[in-house]
Design a protein around this ligand. Structure first.
Ligand SMILES: Cc1cc2nc3c(=O)[nH]c(=O)nc-3n(C[C@H](O)[C@H](O)[C@H](O)COP(=O)(O)OP(=O)(O)OC[C@H]3O[C@@H](n4cnc5c(N)ncnc54)[C@H](O)[C@@H]3O)c2cc1C
Length: 468
């Protein structure tokens, strides 16, 4: 049985997570109805749910992402603040240990990253997206506990989604079809779009993958004495000679999330005692010392599949009419760079812009919107795979000359950025996804990067904040 015969004027969003809710926002006013198909039932309150397993881990929203979210859903940044999100200016409020020492701590206010647990972030965005929907001309319905099992249509045109209820309600577990003029796949890193393409008789999109083999372990802590808690988050990313890393960052309610990471052969443990021991083996003992002044608040949670994987739905002929792919379903990143949520927001903003510029749904608009989404993915992808290349496995896509050059240059630039406010500002603009990577090769930045000497950074975590 096929439901929702408003077909051409309705949209279906697969996945009611972050990208899904931002996709709903982008579609408001452009379609008559949006049906969100979400596998989970949303929990009471701002709690963890199974459909977003990575939500146990630290999620920092970069300023590029929060600006995009704010544009799509005005008031979201303030609402996150009210929910307890901590605003961290880079570099003032996040101390970073690099291979050459600790970065200097500048009183720079260009990039305010937001740090909050993922269940809180998702709930705030969902509440605001559904409120915006209620005030718009578009009718939005969320089908919870409903799983998308495939696409309907043919090789050239997607016409809807096959769904199955997961809790026996609404017709038991039998499948039914929902029709729509537009389907958005926002089902996250587990998206089955390639298999669904095969069922429609078309080939899967080209896929690129670069896997640093990084694994994560995360534990929540609370400082024993809040008065002596550090006044800044700390990150000690691994580097090729020392591939173990750690971060310790404040979130809401006076809690802090500690993450440990390591590439192949150096994976962090999930055992509580070993977790603490591993924290002493990263590139600097500072986080290990801070953990000794805090009480654990949770077990250790692990996450292993952290590869960068990009599906090129934007390439000519790669996408059937009527389908758009957003968020992790299109591209996942090594989470250590904190880009995925921001890229999802920038992608949704790009969809909104394409629909607004072209007068809503019309033939060819999905391909155009997908190209716009891909343009938002590109800078983050270049940064992540450039930095991960030294750890990549032989099965990965090989690095072209451009990428090899950018790895060499980025390495030099990162060392310079640790001590130089001018190069540092440009570096943070690009890492925060507010400026394109070309900012890093602007003459002033390139000259300082290539010709100024590689002085070591600071020997210990900086306390003083330097004026700029
Ligand atoms: C360990 C880790 C740490 C990370 N840290 C950061 C960070 O610091 N900063 C950052 O910006 N990003 C980070 N990320 C990336 C971030 O988690 C993702 O980019 C983000 O969640 C993408 O949102 P999404 O909506 O595309 O996918 P998700 O948030 O995964 O949501 C997918 C949704 O689709 C639903 N779904 C799935 N399949 C179906 C189906 N068949 N039918 C119906 N519903 C379905 C799921 O239940 C879920 O609600 C991290 C990722 C990992 C793994």
């Amino acid at each position: 049985m096929t439901e929702h015969s408003n077909g051409g004027r309705g949209a279906i969003v697969i996945g009611g997570g972050l990208a899904g809710m931002l996709a709903v926002t982008a579609l408001l006013g452009h379609v008559e109805t949006v049906t969100v198909v979400e596998r989970d039932r949303y929990p009471e309150g701002r709690a963890f749910r199974k459909g977003v397993p990575q939500a146990r881990h630290l999620h920092v929203l970069l300023s590029g992402g929060s600006l995009a979210m704010e544009e799509l859903l005005p008031g979201t940044v303030a609402a996150l603040g009210e929910a307890g999100a901590r605003g961290l200016y880079l570099s003032r409020d996040l101390l970073t240990r690099t291979p050459t020492g600790w970065q200097r701590r500048f009183d720079e206010r260009r990039h305010r990253s937001l740090s909050v647990t993922r269940p809180v972030l998702d709930s705030v965005v969902r509440e605001r997206a559904l409120r915006a929907a209620a005030e718009s001309a578009t009718r939005v319905e969320v089908l919870e506990a409903t799983e998308a099992t495939g696409l309907t249509g043919d090789a050239g045109q997607v016409t809807g989604v096959r769904v199955r209820s997961r809790d026996g309600a609404r017709g038991g577990r039998s499948e039914r079809e929902l029709s729509a003029g537009l389907v958005v796949d926002a089902s996250g890193r587990g998206s089955r779009a390639p298999q669904w393409f095969a069922e429609l008789g078309r080939s899967a999109p080209q896929e690129e993958s670069v896997d640093a083999g990084l694994a994560y372990a995360t534990r929540m802590y609370r400082p024993k004495d809040p008065d002596t808690a550090p006044d800044a988050g700390v990150t000690i990313p691994g580097w090729p000679e020392c591939p173990r890393g750690a971060a310790y960052v404040p979130v809401e309610d006076g809690n802090w999330l500690a993450i440990l990471s390591g590439v192949r052969g150096d994976h962090p443990p999930t055992d509580a005692a070993e977790f603490t021991a591993f924290s002493a083996t990263v590139g600097d003992p500072y986080i290990h010392e801070l953990l000794a002044q805090a009480e654990p608040q949770s077990p250790v949670h692990a996450f292993r599949d952290t590869r960068n994987r990009r599906r090129h739905f934007e390439r000519p002929g790669a996408l059937p009419e009527g389908l758009l792919v957003l968020g992790d379903a299109a591209c996942t990143f090594n989470p250590i760079y904190g880009q995925g949520m921001s890229v999802a927001a920038l992608g949704a903003l790009a969809v909104s812009g394409t629909l607004a510029a072209g007068g809503g749904l019309r033939p060819g608009v999905t391909a155009e919107a997908q190209r716009a989404v891909a343009r938002t993915v590109e800078p983050a992808w270049l940064t992540a795979v450039g930095a991960d290349r030294p750890y990549a496995s032989p099965d990965d896509a090989t690095a072209g000359l451009g990428e090899r050059l950018s790895s060499w240059y980025l390495d030099r630039l990162a060392a310079r950025a640790a001590i130089d406010p001018v190069v540092g500002a440009a570096f943070r603009d690009v890492l925060s996804l507010t400026a394109p990577p070309t900012r890093l090769v602007a003459p002033q930045i390139a000259l300082r990067t290539v010709f100024l000497p590689r002085h070591p950074a600071l020997p210990s975590p900086p306390v003083a904040i330097e004026a700029i």
